[in-house]
Design a protein around this ligand. Structure first.
Ligand code: NAD
Length: 478
């Protein structure tokens, strides 16, 4: 099967752009070159900005029902093309094919959910103090949107921005990751083939810093939505400040897992283990700091280790693969740094802790035991297949340690005590808390962080609100 044709989408036309520059897209499992990705020139970006402005005027004047119609048609096309898109997603990102199919299923569900929700961008009437006045709150699309997203969910990260924008009546220019462009392009083709008017959805690629500086300097985009690391998010927010763009920031995390000694160890492992190694741990809500109460610590570490040792690591396109490679060789070096630091600080590498083979960026599923809180891996986001574990004594001790980092994206806790479960939901500072299960990301629920993990939600009614602006109009009959 051929890899996706790599192109830019500007003003409804697929193009190689005018920069003459490009970069190679590499399969992280085989190191094979998948394709040559064209970069947009400054003139291409200006065309995209103009197109987004014109596209916005067209799209916002459509009824929400007709916008939903296009989105539903796009969702059906994605269903028809799911196998092909998922295979290319695995080629460029590395995750097992089964995970890519699940991701595309989620992309379709999000498209449908937002399409439907766009019909409910309700304003309201406020009873007046001035007799005879009518006080109306209006919800309107915010304007053209500019989005940049990371490579770890080449479909999900893209659709959360695209479907949110389109449902609200906004146009969008999106720059997906240059490492995983095909999935974004394939999704955009579905929208174009479904009848989306020209300029409503534009897809560009290039040198990230150059593209974002150019687009964010323009007054045309009225909103910035970013999914990526904390430092890049802070940098982009500064760039957006000059033109006072509204921002949604979906940034990094370092999710604590609190396992109390009244939890069923096997059931907890069944829930948390696959969640840890999904996409080789390169997930912003991946569980990354395991605090296990003393009485069950050894049993938990042993059970987790046994599962890690039995995980089938390989090319995501091969049957039976349960974990693929990291996105690129640069991430292997990062994992090695975490390992040597943890070792120096007294942690015990129970399994893994090294690269697998010499081809592809494969890293062994890794379990670290007795990791001190000051180890780099307990402080910096690991974004890899590593599970660092330590013990805790009591509720107050573990909550304090869970809340000790500047991050606040996801957190998990396992306990059979109902009262404690409720207290945990309040006490742990994270945008999303899963108690006794890990299902914290659904189309209809708000997804997003607090503190340094960012702000603004994607999904749920909050996800639509992010693309709407509020105006107040009052009329008095005379
Ligand atoms: P990164 O911030 O370096 O890059 C993320 C994306 O932004 C990439 O596509 C990159 O090309 C682009 N980018 C980088 N610099 C840019 C710039 N100056 N202008 C415009 N775009 C730029 O992050 P990464 O390490 O590649 O990705 C992983 C990070 O993303 C992790 O911190 C992870 O937690 C975070 N993430 C967060 C969420 C969320 O929803 N909160 C979801 C997925 C990933």
């Amino acid at each position: 099967m051929a890899y996706e044709k790599l192109e830019l989408l500007i003003d409804g036309e697929w193009t190689q752009g005018t920069s003459g520059k490009s970069e190679k897209v590499i399969n992280p499992a085989t190191e094979e070159v998948l394709g040559e990705l064209p970069h947009a020139s400054a003139a291409d970006l200006d065309r995209a900005l103009d197109a987004a402005q014109r596209g916005f005027e067209v799209w916002k004047s459509k009824s929400p029902a007709s916008r939903q119609d296009v989105m539903e048609k796009a969702a059906r096309l994605m269903e028809d093309r799911l196998d092909t898109i998922a295979e290319n997603l695995t080629r460029e990102n590395g995750k097992p094919l089964a995970e890519s199919k699940i991701e595309m299923g989620f992309v379709i569900a999000v498209t449908r959910w937002y399409g439907e929700e766009g019909k409910r961008a309700y304003g309201r009437l406020i009873p007046p103090r001035i007799p005879g006045a009518r006080q109306m709150v209006l919800k309107e699309p915010v304007g053209p949107v500019n989005a940049f997203v990371a490579w770890n969910f080449p479909g999900t990260n893209v659709i959360r921005k695209v479907a949110g924008s389109l449902a609200a009546g906004c146009s969008i220019i999106i720059k997906a990751s240059e490492e995983t462009p095909a999935t974004c392009i394939a999704i955009a083709r579905c929208f174009q083939d479904a009848g989306l008017p020209p300029g409503v959805l534009n897809v560009v690629f290039g040198v990230p810093d150059e593209v974002s500086r150019h687009l964010l300097a323009s007054p045309i985009p009225k909103k910035l939505s970013f999914t990526g690391s904390v430092p890049v998010g802070k940098h982009l927010q500064k760039l957006a400040a000059d033109t006072l763009k509204r921002c949604t920031m979906e940034l990094g995390g370092h999710a604590p897992v609190l396992v109390f000694d009244d939890a069923d160890v096997n059931k907890t492992l069944d829930a948390i283990f696959p969640h840890k190694f999904r996409n080789a741990g390169q997930v912003c809500i991946s569980p990354t700091r395991f605090y296990v109460q003393e009485k069950i610590y050894n049993e938990f570490v042993d059970g987790f280790t046994e599962r890690a040792q039995n995980l089938n690591v390989g090319n995501g396109l091969e049957d039976g693969t349960q974990m693929g490679p990291l996105i690129a060789a640069r991430r292997l070096d990062v994992m090695d740094e975490f390992m040597s630091d943890a070792r120096d600080k007294g942690a015990n590498i129970v399994t893994g802790g090294e690269r697998i083979g010499n081809q592809g960026s494969f890293y062994a599923p890794t379990v670290l035991k007795d990791v001190p809180d000051e180890a780099k891996i307990m402080v910096d986001e690991p974004f890899g297949p590593v599970a660092p574990m330590t013990t805790f004594k009591n509720f107050d001790d573990v909550v304090e340690r869970a809340n000790s980092l500047p991050f606040g994206l996801a957190a998990y806790a396992f306990t059979s005590d109902g009262e404690r479960a409720r207290k945990l939901g309040d006490a742990v500072e994270a945008g999303m808390v899963g108690v006794n299960h890990v299902g914290i990301s659904m189309p209809e629920t708000p997804f997003g962080g607090i503190l340094d993990s960012g702000y603004g939600s994607e999904g749920g009614i909050e996800g639509l609100e992010a693309y709407l602006r509020t105006r107040f109009v009052t009329e008095l009959e005379v």
